[in-house]
Design a protein around this ligand. Structure first.
Ligand code: NAD
Length: 335
């Protein structure tokens, strides 16, 4: 393992030197890590984290779904402790990663971790580093960051790469953090991903993620409409996609995730729209982007139309639970 990835030990956050350190063997130098939310993303991320941290370190995990934590403790080698509550994780770990579904879960988990405000009076008297990888709204994230003050530092690190990227340890994290925390957060996140992009202060990671996913949601619908149009005019689907992909309409949905079955063999459309980026997640991110834009007084013209389309796709029994490119089916595209 690269020394760059060896975690920094029990030093106060402010005093950490942020330099490479060599492998530490003394037991007094062993660190403890926390992971909350062992879902589709979190489970493989926590697995990768456990495989990269030093053997003697402990990974303390928690999920309301006890089947997930039991499976993890059975399946994953090394020191793994199943915590009885999220507070238990916060008391026992110095660096805590969360991967939770919605803003409400992030709020309640952090409230339970941070109250009462006595974390530093327990067995680990140092400030915690909280890294939230959930895709939530920037306002909730900011509130949680403020609530953490005094007991730790909270940064937002939403991710992209999906379940396949999480399993392969190839996620990209977009982080919002003060400059002095970037190096340490990067060391931690590179144990679960391949790229960390620092976009600015706390909240900036989420702003970047939501802007990107807003664009993706629109490009996906536009690609489905353009492909549908061309095919109904009589064009060959593969020839049309090839032409677009060497022309100005080219985008990720046209090139990698083309919505027309058979055009791109590896795309979800070619396997009944299974796997991929679920339409409900795409719609969730679009709505978070619209909400955050509205709160900042930013006008958007296309987003509300896209939201109505995704709501209808989600309600369509032929499309539920599928990859978001299934919008092509919903629009009556020829399969
Ligand atoms: P998931 O629903 O599969 O997993 C969330 C986990 O959190 C579940 O195991 C759930 O039991 C647990 N949980 C919920 N409330 C809890 C609580 N109070 N205490 C402890 N555990 C709790 O979701 P996911 O697909 O793993 O996504 C996690 C986050 O990552 C979401 O914010 C999502 O938007 C984002 N994300 C997902 C993907 C993807 O492809 N799935 C890609 C990028 C980002």
């Amino acid at each position: 393992m690269s020394t760059l990835l060896v975690p920094l030990r029990r030093l106060p956050l402010a005093a950490r030197p942020f330099t490479r350190r060599t492998f530490a063997t003394s037991s007094s130098n062993l660190a403890s890590w926390g992971f909350i939310g062992l879902g589709r993303m979190g489970y493989p991320m926590a697995k990768n984290l456990r495989s990269h941290i030093p053997k003697g370190d402990t990974l303390v995990i928690h999920d309301v779904n006890t089947a997930a934590t039991s499976k993890f403790a059975e399946e994953v080698q090394g020191n793994v402790e199943v915590a009885s509550s999220v507070r238990d994780v916060a008391e026992k770990a110095e660096t805590i990663i969360t991967s939770l579904p919605e803003p409400s879960h992030v709020k309640s988990v952090y409230k339970a971790m941070l109250m009462p405000q006595t974390l530093l009076k327990g067995s680990i008297p140092q400030e915690r580093l909280f890294i939230d990888c959930s895709t939530i709204d920037p306002r909730t994230s900011r509130e949680v960051a403020q609530a953490a003050q005094g007991q730790g530092k909270f940064i937002d690190a939403p991710m992209s790469g999906g379940v396949v990227g999480a399993q392969a340890g190839k996620l990209t994290f977009m982080i919002g953090a003060p400059k002095e925390l970037v190096e340490r957060a990067t060391e931690v996140l590179l144990m679960m991903g391949k790229r960390v992009i620092h976009l600015g202060e706390q909240g900036a990671g989420l702003h970047g993620k939501l802007a990107n996913n807003y664009l993706l949601a629109l490009n996906n619908i536009a690609t489905a409409e353009a492909m549908n149009m061309g095919i109904k005019w009589g064009l060959d689907p593969a020839a049309l996609a090839d032409m677009i992909n060497t022309s100005t309409g080219r985008c990720w949905p046209s090139e990698v995730n083309n919505p027309v079955p058979g055009v791109i063999e590896s795309a979800p459309a070619s396997r009944g729209y299974e796997g991929g980026f679920g339409v409900s997640l795409a719609n969730k991110d679009l709505k978070l982007a619209l909400q955050a834009a509205e709160e900042a007084g930013i006008q958007v013209a296309l987003g509300p139309y896209a939201r109505d389309i995704y709501d209808a796709v989600q309600a369509n029994p032929e499309c539920q639970g599928k990859d978001f490119s299934v919008v092509y089916r919903h629009l009556g595209g020829k399969e």
